[in-house]
Design a protein around this ligand. Sequence first.
Ligand code: PXP
Length: 248
Amino acid sequence: MLKLGVNIDHVATLREARYRGRGGGEPEPLEAARLCENAGAHGITVHLREDRRHIQDRDIWKLRGAIQTRLNLEMANVPAILEIALKLKPDIVCLVPERRQEVTTEGGLDAAGHCSDLAETRRKLNASGIEVSLFITPDPEQIRAASQIGSQFIELHTGAYAESYHEIARRDFELNRLMASAEFAHSLGLQVNAGHGLNYHNLPSLLRVPHLVELNIGHSIISRAVLVGMTQAVQDMLALMAPYRPGQ
Ligand code: PXP
C-alpha cells in the first residue's frame, strides 16, 4: 500500500500569521497531526527551518511525544538543526536544501556535490536509530550519490512534474524521468518516496511511477482542509492513492 505522510507545516504558517513570537495560538499543529492520523495518514512530516518561519521547536517536541505513526523531520544539513534532530529522534530525517528567500523548498539537494558531508550526517543519524532520506531531483547522478552516501530512502522531487502538469509534452517528459529514476533507485536498493507540489488533480497520473513507498504532501491537503476539514481532506487523498500498485 502506498503510504501518505502529511506535511503539516502550513498549519503552523497559519498560526504564525497571527501569533508569531507569542507561544500558543491556533491552529495547533499537534491537533492537526492527530486528525491526520485518525483519518488514516501513515506519517506526519514537519520542516524545522533555520528561520523558524512556521514550525517551532516546541511543536516538534510535542509531536514527538504524541504521534502514533511516524515522525519525518525535514531539515537542512546544518550543525544546529542536526543537534536538535539527534536529541529529538524522529523516525526518519529527510535532508533538504534550504534557502532563506524561498517560499518553499525549491530545488533538490545537491547530493553529488556534498557526498562526504551528507555521508557524515547520515552516519550520525543512523547511529542514533534514525533513518535517512535525501530529497533529490530525479537525476541519475543524484541517485547514484544517494546510494554512495548510504541513505535508506530518497524522496524524488515532484515539483517539475507538478509545474508541467497542464502541458502534456512536458508532463510526459517529467513523468518519464520520475519513472526511470524510481526504477534506477530501486535497482540500487534505495527505498523511494516522492513529494512536492502534489495535489488532488496531478496525483492520479503520478501513480504510474513504480516502487513508491510514501508520498509526502502538504499544501494541497492543508488547503482543502480549510474548506472541508482535515479528516475529509486526508481521506480524499488516500482514496486517490488506493489504486497504486508498486511493481508496475
Ligand atoms: N517533500 C519535501 C522534501 C518538501 O520540502 C515539501 C515542502 O515542504 C513537501 C514534500 C511537500 O510539498 P507540498 O507542500 O507542495 O505538498
